[in-house]
Design a binder for this molecule. Structure first.
Ligand SMILES: NC(=O)c1ccc[n+]([C@@H]2O[C@H](COP(=O)([O-])OP(=O)(O)OC[C@H]3O[C@@H](n4cnc5c(N)ncnc54)[C@H](OP(=O)(O)O)[C@@H]3O)[C@@H](O)[C@H]2O)c1
Length: 264
């Protein structure tokens, strides 16, 4: 299954619907990030990292809504990253201009820029979707990952300079099993049964939107995420963008009428 490709997601979701009677847990862990790669569009004409890491999970969640609704405790967990700390810096905004081809002549593509944009967009989408689907009993949350030991396969994908840095980081990062246990606990523990629209840290604590003027300790720590993530207008923008991009695939989905959604 290819998360960057709408037809592939659609085929996968129909298989799930045909094979299982309901869906209890959906974890969006897959991520595409190719070091030093030039700007590239997906088959559906969306910048490849944004397509894979944001629009794909959006489409999949919506195509599986019917099945998630059949569960009496449906939980969706999205993998976030500490890279969103970039947005602690005031005036930093997601660049939406160059997602379907380069429209700004001055735009200089970098996968790192794209990655921090998309992880912030994904967090905003988490908050927005949690609000939309709360009446369906579907709890959507996010887990901020500060680092997890990368596999040999992943390390091979790095360019040489970055590979050295990644090897050093790996010495300090927790094992994937640790993070996997967090995923599992957040999606199964009774304690989190009613939690929705939140971002967890690696200690399974619920993080808070950052203070207006974060200190170095706030930025370094894992208590806060940037307050920018709570901006309703930008959340709405990410939601509408994803809806428009996947419109043709969502004709029979159960997304509630957008007009009835009460935005905070
Ligand atoms: N590791 C860290 O230090 C760290 C830090 C912050 C956040 N995170 C987040 O944690 C999550 C897991 O990270 P990781 O380090 O385990 O990443 P990873 O080793 O690069 O694994 C990513 C996974 O995503 C899959 N994937 C990539 N493109 C795909 C596509 N188009 N369709 C379907 N699957 C696709 C890959 O499959 P293939 O192997 O088949 O390509 C791979 O299994 C990600 O969301 C990442 O952003 C990780």
């Amino acid at each position: 299954m290819d998360m960057s490709l709408f037809v592939s997601i659609q085929a996968f979701c129909s298989d799930i619907e045909n094979q299982f009677s309901r869906l209890d847990i959906l974890i969006h862990n897959a991520a595409y990030f190719s070091h030093g790669e030039d700007y590239r569009l997906s088959t559906d004409n969306i910048e490849i990292t944004f397509a894979t890491n944001v629009v794909g999970p959006f489409l999949m969640t919506n195509l599986l809504l019917r099945h998630l609704r059949k569960s009496n405790d449906a939980r969706v967990l999205n993998a976030s990253s500490n890279i969103i700390k970039y947005f602690f810096s005031p005036n930093k905004k997601i660049d939406f201009n160059n997602l379907q081809g380069i429209t700004d002549k001055s735009y200089n593509h970098s996968v790192y820029k794209a990655y921090r944009n998309l992880k912030m967009a994904f967090l905003m989408l988490t908050f927005r979707m949690a609000e939309v689907y709360k009446d369906f009993g579907i709890k959507i949350n996010s887990l901020q990952i500060n680092g997890a030991k990368m596999s040999k396969e992943t390390l091979k994908k790095f360019k040489p300079g970055w590979r050295v840095i990644a090897h050093i980081q790996n010495l300090f990062f927790p094992k994937p099993e640790f993070m996997a246990q967090n995923y599992f606990d957040i999606c199964t523990e009774e304690t989190f049964k009613s939690t929705m629209g939140k971002q967890f840290n690696h200690k399974k604590e619920i993080m808070q939107p950052g203070p207006g003027k974060p200190t170095f300790k706030d930025i370094w720590g894992t208590v806060y995420y940037p307050v920018y993530a709570t901006c309703p207008k930008v959340q709405e923008k990410v939601w509408t963008l994803c809806l428009n991009l996947t419109n043709d695939y969502l004709k029979n989905s159960e997304i509630p009428d957008n007009k009835q959604i009460n935005l905070k």
